[in-house]
Write a protein that binds this ligand. Structure first.
Ligand SMILES: NC(=O)c1ccc[n+]([C@@H]2O[C@H](COP(=O)([O-])OP(=O)(O)OC[C@H]3O[C@@H](n4cnc5c(N)ncnc54)[C@H](O)[C@@H]3O)[C@@H](O)[C@H]2O)c1
Ligand SMILES: O=P(O)(O)OC[C@H](O)CO
Length: 375
């Protein structure tokens, strides 16, 4: 049954950085009654009274009707949908604070693109772990979504993903307007991992850009990066077509080619010779890729997935690989010529990627006493 459009539906957005504020604008412009939670009262005041968030979205006029507060209880009171956009590493602590004020039956939507250090959990998994809600009421949104472009109302699309198609549709009905279009899917694993993994490839692109390598190098990394992303996500149960969609290829393109991307920018600084500590100091905003490299490589190892580009990003971050040496070792140090093994190879010939995924499943069954691990 298709949900009906309900203009004026009360929603909350938690996190008043660049994406949280932009998403609050998307929802308000789509007709929802939005309250945005900012940690700092002075920022909440600037948004409500001045209709600006000058630190994060310079030059953008926020819509009339968008209210902000620094009180979580007020932001969440009566909210039927709650969109969360805080740095991934702080999600757990923020959910614990929010939980007492969550309205019964509220849908909780992750806008974030990271995994938790230590646990390696995706954001929707943390939501399911911390909040006592029906897992069908959890969703995630991802896609080629550079905040400032959307805040300027440049036409953009995204994917809303939930185990429940009904939930995804209810969210997509609100998260849309004349410049923002939401598609739906039920592949939460692929949608979330797409957003996490493209950040790592964007760091690699920034690194080679900073070194001064040109378009061939970058196109090679983007293309091989998509193979790594797909291998990884499929090993965890994603559908390959999700990685070929907005949350995979679409976001990879946007993030790798835009100077607005923080991951791309951080990589460029590394490629120009700055050390990781200087880069972290210079980045004023959340740069998820830097925190995700370690957990993603741990998860890749657990499933026997090779991620040579991400591994080399880790080495550059650790200072054990010179940025200019990232590209020559693009795919592998193997002396043997390899098949290109793109998704098309797999579909056309049932090739190595399919074999890899079969072997991983087999290995997993052997090591888990016959029970494949689900989401
Ligand atoms: N900016 C984008 O273009 C964009 C687009 C899509 C997805 N995202 C994702 O959205 C998430 C948030 O990114 P952003 O761009 O809004 O980051 P940001 O750095 O612009 O803003 C982060 C916000 O979180 C607040 N914050 C920092 N630490 C906090 C804590 N411990 N508890 C609560 N709040 C805290 C900051 O004060 C700030 O308001 C990230 O996962 C990012 O990958 C960003
Ligand atoms: O600025 P980044 O690198 O965090 O990228 C922002 C969005 O994820 C692009 O879709």
């Amino acid at each position: 049954m298709k949900p009906k459009v309900q203009p004026g539906k009360r929603v909350a957005v938690l996190g008043a950085g660049s994406w949280g504020t932009t998403f609050a604008k998307i929802l308000t412009d789509g007709g929802a009654d939005v309250v945005l939670w900012a940690r700092r009262p002075e920022l909440a005041r600037e948004i409500t009274e001045g209709r600006r968030n000058s630190d994060y979205l310079p030059g953008i006029n926020l819509p009339v009707g968008l209210r902000a507060t620094s009180r979580l209880d007020l932001a969440l009171a009566g909210a039927e949908q709650v969109y969360v956009s805080v740095p991934s590493q702080s999600l757990r602590e923020n959910l614990i604070l929010a939980e007492p004020f969550l309205a019964p039956g509220a849908i909780v939507v992750s806008l974030m693109k990271g995994v938790e250090r230590g646990s390696g959990l995706r954001m929707s998994q943390i939501i399911a772990e911390v909040l006592p809600i029906n897992p069908d009421l959890i969703a995630a949104i991802s896609g080629p979504n550079l905040a400032l472009e959307i805040a300027k109302e440049q036409p953009t699309a995204a994917v809303v993903s939930s185990n429940s198609l009904e939930t995804a549709q209810a969210v997509a009905m609100l998260a849309r307007n004349r410049y923002f279009r939401s598609y739906v899917n039920t592949d939460v694993i692929g949608t979330e991992f797409g957003g996490v993994l493209k950040n790592l490839i964007a760091v690699a692109i920034g690194i080679v850009d900073g070194v001064g390598y040109g378009e061939n190098t970058k196109a090679s990394i983007i293309t091989r990066g998509l193979v790594e992303m797909t291998d990884f996500a499929v090993a965890y149960g994603a559908h390959p077509e999700t990685l070929a969609g907005l949350a995979g290829l679409g976001d990879l393109i946007a993030t790798c080619q835009s100077p607005l991307s923080r991951n791309n920018t951080a990589g460029r600084l590394l490629g120009q010779g700055y050390g990781i500590n200087d880069v972290v100091k210079q980045m004023q905003q959340t740069t998820e890729g830097l925190a995700s490299v370690g957990p993603i490589l741990d998860l890749a190892r657990a499933k026997g997935v090779d991620m040579p580009i991400v591994e080399q990003v880790r080495q550059v971050l650790a200072g054990t690989l010179k940025p200019r040496d990232l590209a020559p070792h693009l795919t592998t140090d193997s002396a043997e010529p390899q098949g290109e093994r793109t998704i098309d190879d797999e579909q056309a010939h049932g090739g190595a990627a399919l074999w890899g995924s079969f072997k991983r499943t087999f290995d997993q069954l052997r090591h888990s006493g016959g029970r494949p691990r689900g989401d």
